[in-house]
Write a protein that binds this ligand. Structure first.
Ligand SMILES: Cc1ncc(COP(=O)(O)O)c(C=O)c1O
Length: 368
């Protein structure tokens, strides 16, 4: 019998739960994927720019991709006003979260997470055998990020890596980058994985007031606001040595040609994304107003997704899914009384509200 490497905590992935439809579950319910409206994944409902479709059609399928994603890194370096060597492209930002853990964590090290948070941080840290501490926002505080408690844990525990996201999943709350940079400056021996996967879903033009310290690795995703979830594309920006350390752990060709071409075309069509964001934000504002009017209590957020209290999240999800509406059960975030809803366009949102009204008595607690 061949046994896996005992130093790799393979059980870290046991409870892997994400948004998006589960093909086996849909089959069991007799639903085809095109019969389900997905409000569970935080992705632009408008899909990628038409320029992306063109670029992907023209991409060379019969050659190896550029292993260094050079052209794309150049475009990203220009976008962020940094050198090419400060940018690493990955197979989704998820890959870079994993690789940051591989490069910076070993068994017995500590990792601190500002929670509740995307499961990838804890999984990656646990996979490397690290001890994980989480500092969690609570519903009682409106899910306001507990930065004072986080700062205290940083100074007391001195973790090797700290993970925090802004805007955060699932809460949709923002932490100003300058506050993160100040925390990082006070903990120079900790690598700050500052996950900004949803920054473009909030404001693609936002600029920092200060420069990040050397120990901050910023992660961005092109799968969300740019609509490239299927091709998988994300990137990291940081100090050259940090980027080089993480790059050393990356498998060759992990970012394929379609992803590189799609990314270049998406970045070149800034006006398309901005137009989508305006429509997306308007649809979300209207959806939240409809929900409040109907007596639900969506939690305020800075992005097109938000939490909403229900009596039992697993039950609410099942009841809605039977009607072809998919929301995210937040039990895996230790929030069994919340679902996460990502706005779609106006007409689709109206179908969600209809389904919620039809299932209200059965599953939803109305606190509003
Ligand atoms: C906060 C956060 N970071 C990173 C990711 C990973 O995104 P991707 O790998 O698609 O770039 C997700 C996905 O849901 C997320 O919610």
């Amino acid at each position: 019998m061949v046994t896996p490497n005992p130093r790799v905590a393979t059980d870290a992935l046991a409870d892997d739960v994400h948004g998006g439809a589960d093909s086996a579950e849909l089959e069991e319910l007799g639903l085809r994927p095109d019969q389900v409206l997905d409000f569970s994944a935080n992705l632009s409902p408008f899909g990628p720019s038409p320029m992306v479709h063109l670029a992907v059609r023209r991409a060379a399928l019969d050659r190896y991709p550029d292993r260094t994603s050079r052209e794309l890194r150049r475009a990203l370096a220009t976008r962020h006003g940094v050198r090419e060597e400060q940018v690493l492209v990955g197979n989704g930002s998820s890959e870079l979260i994993w690789l940051a853990a591989v490069a910076y964590l070993a068994a017995g090290d500590g990792a601190l997470i500002l929670g509740p948070a995307f499961s990838g941080y804890e999984q990656a840290a646990r996979l490397m055998g690290a001890t994980v501490w989480t500092c969690k926002a609570t519903s009682e505080d409106g899910f306001c990020p507990p930065l004072a408690a986080f700062a205290k844990e940083l100074s007391e525990r001195e973790p090797r890596v700290a993970f925090l996201a802004s805007p955060n999943n699932p809460t949709g709350q923002t932490v100003e980058s300058d506050r993160v940079f100040a925390l990082a400056a006070q903990s120079p021996r900790t690598l700050f994985v500052f996950d900004e996967a949803y920054a473009d879903s909030e404001d693609p033009d936002r600029r920092d007031a200060s420069d990040p310290p050397q120990n901050v690795l910023r992660l961005r995703s092109l799968t969300k606001a740019h609509g490239l979830a299927g091709v998988r594309l994300g990137y990291g920006v940081g100090n050259e040595d940090v980027i080089a350390a993480i790059k050393a752990t990356q498998p060759p060709w992990s970012v394929n040609t379609l992803a590189q071409e799609a990314g270049l075309a998406a970045l070149a069509d800034g006006p398309y994304v901005k137009d989508c964001l305006v429509r997306w934000a308007a649809a979300k504002t209207e959806l939240v107003a409809w929900l409040r009017q109907a007596g639900f209590a969506p939690v305020p957020s800075t992005v097109p997704f938000f939490l909403m209290p229900v009596a039992d999240a697993a039950h609410a999800r099942s009841a809605l899914l039977r009607r072809g509406i998919l929301v995210r059960d937040c039990t895996s975030f230790s929030l069994p009384h919340f679902v996460r809803i990502s706005s779609r366009g106006k007409d689709e949102n109206a179908r969600l509200v209809d389904a919620l009204l039809a299932t209200r008595a059965e599953v939803v607690s109305c606190n509003g």
